[in-house]
Structures are given as C-alpha cells and as structure tokens.
Ligand binder design. Structure first.
Ligand SMILES: CC(C)(COP(=O)(O)OP(=O)(O)OC[C@H]1O[C@@H](n2cnc3c(N)ncnc32)[C@H](O)[C@@H]1OP(=O)(O)O)[C@@H](O)C(=O)NCCC(=O)NCCS
Length: 254
C-alpha cells in the first residue's frame, strides 16, 4: 500500500471542497467518483464542535432509538448519513431522504441503490452506487491495531500465510497488515449482508495480495448459492491518516 497516497483507490476524479451550505460549511468533506458510477463522500469532524441539531437543516434527524444515545454515537450516525446523502445527490436525488436503519442495524437503501457506511470518532464515509451497475459494495475504516498478538490474529481468523503475504506485498507493518485484513473482512460483511441477511464469521474469508497494487478477498466457505466458496471481490485499501486504514470491496454487475 502506498502510504504517501491518501487515495490509493482507483479514483476517477477527486474534489476537496467546503460545500458552502449549512453544516457542510463547518466540516471538511471530500468526494471521490469511483468506477461503475459510484460515489464516495468522506467527512472529517471534531466531536466537540458538532451537535445533533446542526444536521436538522439537512433533514437529518436522529431516529428514536438514538435520541438518548451518547453524543459520539449520535454524531457518528449523522455524519455517516450526511455522507450517504451527498452520494445520493451525486446520483441525481434532489432531496435524498435519511437512510433508515433496519432491526439488524444494516442501513435500508432504496431498492435502486447499493451503499455502505463506516465511521470512527473523527472520520465518516459512505459509498453509494446504482444497483443496475453494482452488485455489492462495502466500506470500512479501522484504527490501526496496536499489537498483532496471537490472540487477535486468531480472532480475525487470519493465518500466518495470509498475514505475511499481505504484509510483504503491501510493504506495511504486521499491525497494519492485520488491520487491513480485519477491515477487508468487515467491508465484505457489509457488502454481502444485504443479500445474505445473516451473520457469518471471519473464518469465511481470506485476503490475498497480488503484488503491491492488487488485493482480493475470497470466500473460503460456502455461505449460500449466491456466495459460494471461491467467490472473490477486488479489495482496495488506503490510509486516510497514519493511524487509520480504510478498505472497500466493490463487485460490478456483469
Ligand atoms: C456490522 C459491523 C460490520 C460494523 O462494523 P464496525 O467496524 O463495528 O463499524 P463501522 O463504523 O465501520 O460501521 C458501522 C456501520 O455499518 C453499517 N452496518 C451495520 N450493520 C450492518 C450490516 N449487517 N450490513 C451492512 N452494513 C451494516 C451501518 O451503516 C453502521 O453505521 P450506522 O449504525 O451509523 O448506520 C460489525 O460490527 C460486525 O458485526 N461484523 C460482523 C462480523 C464480520 O465482520 N465478519 C466478517 C466476515 S468475513
């Protein structure tokens, strides 16, 4: 992974703007136009400077289950939804609605869209595309793991070949490689879940590096007729800052 490039993705076009509107005035947002007509918006924020009611002007209101949640959870949720809204605007929605959450915590996208959201305490991001062009998409941001202990490696169901393969090919530390594998598996989970509709564990997938620029994530277990062992996705990764790793899986519709 080239750490000097903040965007390691196959990005067609990028902008860095402070959109002159409302809450978007207060938070730096950046957009990436991705392949297959998808968009990504990322927002960096300072929890101390934001309140939930700053988002009302965008039509983003907290759902009832988050009204009494801690502020960190409320702001992360709203920042993720603002990124999703900006992506939907790029896709031609004039007044995108707030994406609701299902009982399983997964966002409920309009039938014609596929999307995914991730956040940390200072960065939120969303990717959204058209279901006619994209079969599945998932995104995840993780803080770099402090120490790649044997317990953690086991928890992520990562074997040493997988870990060393990613580390050597990407020329990153063991901790960064383990974080990338973990994040890649979380991205895949988010991409698959809307069709699979059930939980599955980290043992189901494996990350493989092909040189320094290409990563794949592959199912090593049959999950369903649509998600059989051997199904693979391109996996992209980048480091938005020295302590964060972001991954994205995207499968275009053939
Ligand atoms: C659901 C999960 C993926 C969330 O990831 P996380 O790193 O904890 O948190 P992130 O900030 O990256 O993502 C949270 C967002 O994911 C989305 N999300 C939650 N559950 C989801 C699901 N089942 N499917 C798709 N997206 C989901 C939501 O948009 C959520 O944000 P919101 O609550 O503000 O809407 C994770 O907690 C989880 O349960 N993983 C399952 C185990 C797994 O990954 N197995 C790997 C298989 S190879």
């Amino acid at each position: 992974m080239d750490k000097t490039r903040k965007s390691g993705y196959n990005v067609l076009e990028s902008t860095n703007t402070r959109v002159p509107m409302t809450i978007r005035n207060q938070v730096p947002m950046s957009a990436n136009k991705l392949p297959h007509g998808a968009f990504q918006w990322t927002l960096s924020f300072n929890l101390d400077q934001l309140q939930a009611d700053h988002f009302l002007v965008e039509g983003l209101e907290l759902p009832s289950n988050l009204r009494y949640a801690v502020k960190k959870r409320q702001i992360e949720f709203l920042c993720g939804r603002l990124c999703a809204k900006a992506c939907m605007e790029n896709l031609g929605y004039e007044a995108p609605p707030l994406i609701p959450t299902g009982e399983d915590r997964a966002p409920i996208w309009p039938a014609e869209l596929v999307g995914s959201i991730s956040h940390t305490d200072r960065l939120a991001t969303a990717v959204v595309g058209r279901a006619t062009q994209i079969e599945s998409i998932g995104i995840d941001i993780e803080r770099v793991i402090a120490e790649a202990t044997p317990q953690l490696i086991k928890h992520i169901c990562c074997d040493l070949d997988e870990l060393e393969g990613v580390r050597d090919a990407q020329k990153i530390s063991r901790e960064e490689a383990l974080t990338l594998i973990f994040s890649g598996k979380e991205s895949l989970y988010k991409a698959i879940y809307p069709q699979l509709r059930r939980f599955y564990g980290f043992q189901a997938a494996r990350v493989k590096a092909f040189g320094s620029n290409r990563l794949k994530i592959m199912l090593v277990t049959d999950l369903s007729d649509n998600f059989e062992e051997g199904t693979s996705w391109d996996l992209q990764s980048r480091m938005p800052s020295a302590d964060l790793i972001e991954t994205m899986v995207l499968k275009p519709r053939l």
